[in-house]
Design a protein around this ligand. Structure first.
Ligand code: HEC
Ligand code: HEC
Length: 422
C-alpha cells in the first residue's frame, strides 16, 4: 500500500522555476481546469514529495533555499486559491497501475464524502425512493442480486447491474455495451433513465439547491458561490469521486501473489486452468485442459475491458441477437451480441451472472464455458469446448472464490454517513 494523505500539489516544479509559474500551476490543478492534460504527469504532481518528506529533509539539513521557497509558495497557494480543496491520494495495491484522476475532477475529502452520501440517498430519484445504492449494494460488491434491476415505480430494466469493484480503473468504456466514456458522464445516465431513477434532472437539482446539508457541502466541494451555478455535472463529479474510491485488492488471490498465502489443492488446480498453465509442457499441469479465461479476464482487474461474444446465444445471422449490445452503439454488425468483459473480482458475491442475469450461479457459468457455448459468427475463438471433468470444474469454482475480498465489502467507508432522505 502506498502512503495515503493530503499531498501538496506543486513541489515537483519548485526546485527550478519561478514563483509565478508555480502559482499558476497550483491554482490550475486545485481549482480544476477543464480540458485534457497528460494524466500520468498529473498523477506525479499529486504524488510529488509529501509534506512529511519535506519536513524530514528540513530537519536533517536545515532550511535550504528550495524549502523556504516551497513553504512560502504553499502559504501563497493556500490564500490565492481558496476555496477549492487539496487532492486526496487514496492508497492503491502495488500491483495495480495507478488510477488516473481526471484533471478537472481530482478527489478531495469534501467531494468524496459528498459523493458517498449522494450515492446512498434516494434524493437523486424523482420520487425519492431509489438511490444508486438500491441497485449497487456494498455487501454484494455493489450489485443487487437480481436478474435485471428494478428501478422507480417497480419498473424492470433490461440488464443486470454490474458490480462496481475497481470501477475507477475502467478507462476505456462503461456499461455492458460501453456507451459511457467515464464515471463523470456515466452517473448522469441512471438519474435520467425512466426505468431507473425517473428522469428529471431539473427536479433533482432544485431539491439539492434547497437542501440544508447538501447545498453547503456542494459549495465547499466545488467552490460554488451561487445556487444557479449548480449543475448535474457537479453531482456526476461527486459520484465519480466516490466510485473511484471503490478499490479492491485484498483477496486470497492477491495474498497468494504477494507470497503470504498459498492455494489449497483445488484452488491451485483452478488457477492452473484459468491461466492455461498446461501451455508449459514441462510443468506440473502439462496435461490439464486450458480454460483460456485470462485472455479476457486479465489480471490484475480480471478484465481486458474489451468486447466479446462468449457464446451465450445461438445466432445463425448476426441480426438475430435480441440485445445487440456493443453493436447497437457502434452500428457495426460484427459487434452485435458483444458485451464488455466484466471483472471477476468479488464474483462469488454478484450472482446472477451475464448481461441479462441468465445464469444463477458460478457452476452454471463454468458449465457454459465447458460446453463451448452456442454458435455465432463472431463468437470468440477463445471460447470452445474445454473438456473439464467434475474435479477440474470444482477447481475452477474454488479459484474464482479466491477473488473475494471481504475487507472491500465490509469497508465502513463505503456506507452512508448521513441519514437518508430529504
Ligand atoms: C435501478 C437500478 C440502478 C440504479 C438506481 C443505478 N444503477 Fe448503475 N447500473 C444498473 C444497471 C442495470 C447497469 C448496467 C446497464 C447497462 O450496462 O446497460 C448499471 C451500470 C452502472 C455502471 C457501469 C459499471 C460498468 O462496469 O461499466 C456504473 C458506474 C453505475 N451503474 C453507477 C451508478 C450510479 C452512480 C448510480 C446512481 C446515480 C446508479 N448506478 C444507479 C442499475 C442501476
Ligand atoms: C473471449 C473472452 C472471454 C473468455 C475467453 C472468457 N470470458 Fe468470461 N466473460 C466474457 C464476457 C464478454 C462476459 C460477459 C458476457 C455477457 O454478459 O454477454 C463474460 C462473463 C463471465 C462471467 C459472468 C460475470 C458477471 O459479472 O456476470 C464469469 C463468471 C466468467 N465470464 C468467467 C469466465 C471463466 C471462468 C472463463 C474461462 C473458463 C471465461 N470467463 C472465459 C469474456 C470471456
Amino acid at each position: 500500500m502506498r502512503l495515503a494523505g493530503l499531498l501538496s500539489s506543486s513541489n515537483e516544479v519548485a526546485s527550478g522555476t519561478g514563483m509565478s509559474l508555480l502559482l499558476a500551476l497550483g491554482c490550475f490543478f486545485r481549482l480544476g481546469a477543464s480540458g485534457k492534460i497528460a494524466s500520468s504527469k498529473t498523477r506525479s504532481v499529486f504524488k510529488s514529495p509529501s509534506p512529511l518528506s519535506l519536513w524530514r529533509n528540513v530537519s536533517e539539513r536545515g532550511w535550504g533555499e528550495v524549502e523556504k521557497g516551497m513553504v512560502l509558495t504553499s502559504l501563497l497557494l493556500l490564500t490565492a486559491c481558496q476555496p477549492a480543496e487539496q487532492p486526496l491520494v487514496i492508497p492503491e495495491p502495488e500491483s495495480f497501475a495507478a488510477i488516473i484522476y481526471p484533471p478537472d475532477n481530482p478527489t478531495t475529502r469534501a467531494g468524496l464524502a459528498l459523493g458517498r452520501d449522494l450515492f446512498f440517498d434516494p434524493i437523486l430519484s424523482v420520487d425519492s425512493t431509489i438511490s444508486c445504492g438500491t441497485c449497487h449494494q456494498p455487501e454484494r460488491a455493489f450489485t443487487d442480486g437480481l436478474e435485471k434491476s428494478i428501478g422507480i415505480y417497480g419498473r424492470v430494466g433490461r440488464r443486470n447491474a454490474p458490480g462496481l469493484t475497481n470501477v475507477g480503473y475502467l478507462y476505456e468504456t462503461l456499461f455492458w455495451d460501453g456507451r459511457a466514456d467515464n464515471l463523470e458522464a456515466q452517473a448522469l445516465h441512471p438519474i435520467a433513465e425512466a426505468n431507473e431513477m425517473g428522469g428529471s434532472w431539473p427536479l433533482v437539482i432544485s431539491k439539492l439547491r434547497g437542501h440544508a446539508d447538501y447545498w453547503p457541502r456542494l459549495q465547499k466541494a466545488f467552490g460554488l458561490t451561487a445556487k444557479k451555478e449548480l449543475t448535474p455535472d457537479h453531482v456526476g463529479k461527486a459520484l465519480a469521486q466516490f466510485q473511484r474510491s471503490l478499490i479492491s485488492g485484498d483477496s486470497k488471490y492477491d495474498r497468494v501473489e504477494q507470497g503470504v498465502e498459498t492455494y489449497d489443492e483445488l484452488e491451485a488446480l483452478g488457477h492452473a486452468i484459468f491461466f492455461d498453465l498446461a501451455d508449459d509442457p514441462s510443468g506440473e499441469f502439462a496435461n490439464l485442459p486450458t480454460g483460456e479465461c485470462a485472455h479476457c479476464h486479465t489480471p490484475p482487474h480480471f478484465t481486458n475491458q474489451r468486447f466479446f461474444n462468449n457464446g451465450l446465444d445461438l445466432a445463425r445471422d448476426l441480426a438475430d441477437f435480441e440485445d445487440a449490445g456493443r453493436g447497437a452503439i457502434t452500428k457495426n454488425p460484427f459487434d452485435r451480441g458483444m458485451f464488455r468483459t466484466p471483472t471477476l473480482r468479488n464474483i462469488s458475491l454478484t450472482a446472477p451472472y451475464m448481461h441479462d442475469g441468465r445464469m444463477k450461479n458460478l457452476a452454471e457459468v463454468i458449465d457454459h464455458y465447458n460446453s463451448g457455448g452456442q454458435y455465432a459468427e463472431n463468437r470468440s475463438a477463445n471460447v470452445f469446448p474445454l473438456g473439464l471433468d467434475k474435479r477440474q470444474k470444482a477447481g475452477l469454482l474454488a479459484f474464482l472464490q479466491t477473488l473475494t475480498d471481504t475487507s472491500f465489502v465490509n469497508n465502513e467507508n463505503y456506507r452512508p454517513r448521513r441519514p437518508r432522505g430529504e
